[in-house]
Design a protein. Sequence first.
Length: 563
Amino acid sequence: MPVLTAAPTHSSTVSSSRILIGKISALRTKVLMVAVLTGTAMAVAVGVEMLALAMFMDWWLDLPRWIRALMLFAQLAILGFILWRMVIVPIIRQPSDDELALMVEKARPEFKSRLIASVQLTRPGALGPNDSASMVEAMVEQTEAVAAPQDFTTIVSTERLQRIGILAASMLVLGLAGFFYGQAVTFGLLKRVFLSNTPVPRKTRVFVIDADKVVGRGDNVRLEAFVKGIVPATGKLVVRHRSRREQQYALEQDRAIKEKFGRTLENVQDTFTYQIRLNDGVSPWHQVQTVPRPTVATIVCDQEFPAYTELKPVRRSLGDLSLLAGSTLKVQAAATKELQSAAIRLSGIEGELPMALSASNINGQFTVPAKGLNGFSIYMVDTGGMESRDSAVYRVEIIPDKVPLVRLTYPERKEELVTRQALMIIGMDVSDDFKISKLRLRYKADTLDNGADKTLDLDLGGQQPQKLRRRFEWNLRDFKPLLAEGTRIEYWIEAEDNNNATGPGTGFSERQYLKVVSVEEKRADLLNRAGDYLGSISDVAADQEKLNRTLGQIIREKTGITR
């Protein structure tokens, strides 16, 4: 039986046409270029339009930053979408040779499917074992003959590219022209598009002074602004309350500074926002926040007397702050709000003394001066920085420590004659509201050290009495040398109290005089004084006798008795 053998099979291939590949590649390049340029032009046109619209809206409405941020995000999203769909996707997903061949055959019917067949059948493995390679080669040659005189790139329409390109170029030129023409405004608006805090450019630019405020409830608030550019004659203040109710007030132009406008709102009770409008300039909305000021809820005062008085502390009512000078007044108060600091402010003298803060109270103290103080108030700052204002002033009356009262009881005459060796008796009464610590005899003689003051300390025996009555013997023979006759001595008593806080206080007696005379002159003076005493006695006796007669006469008349 004969053996049958299979005939060998061969897969034949046909080389691809360089002419066709080159023309299809050129077509791909043009398709990609037109797509990219069209997408870029579209992005430019849309971007310029959106940018101009955003700048116009911001100029018109003075948009807050968060709205500008949303608009910028939307613009970037739209531009990103355009670039993705019209630029990036065509680059990533470029058309295949088959798609390009079909595009050519659709535009050039003379190929009659030979172009797509030439592309597909010249790929490796495209022909089967029973396919004729020679027929494919013949078809490729015919296709090359048809394609050789043709430019495949001409089938790509650039009409849309031209329209969009012209639109993009026009928008760009107009945008740049307008941008540089109005650069006084557009530069600032462009910065604001990219979220700058630059104010919206206006013919009149408004700059609010101390824009956001925190004021005490019931206070007056002054709202002011400067303008640059065109200065209007008038303007208005728009106030928006939390209830959404709006009020408008005319702005007052400063007489000295024409660029300055303002308005005072009195007795502000609630938080509000405001806007200042001058010409085309509009300020951002600012806020005036009202908060209650800290005040004193309760206050207690205790007086501590100076140590030298040996008096116990006493509580004082606010209506009876009559305080001894040198005393310490301790103040304990409670505030209506939580505080960060507090101080006692003295009225009548310069002084502010810090107070200690505790959980519920504030404590402080001050020493009562000898004079000048007429009251005190409590200054407070709460934890939000709000200060107390128009605090009550508590009146203080200073009671001074009286100086000792000194009175000479002897000699009675204003001027006394003495001899050079006389023993002068000086009697005195001294009293003080607390204690007497020192007692001195002060004198000056016109023949001694050119009349300089001299002091002679008087011994109190280690005591500090509140009152004393004393006689002091001043021995003139102790002067060495003895005083010359004719010397005139001026003397007085000086007492000092124990006030070591605002004193010491010093009291003085009246000044009396001594005149040093000879023994004969003193004797004559004594005789004259004795005569005066006797004459006084005779006058008294005569007056008594006359009084008796007159009294007897009256009695007889009343009783009807006659002699």
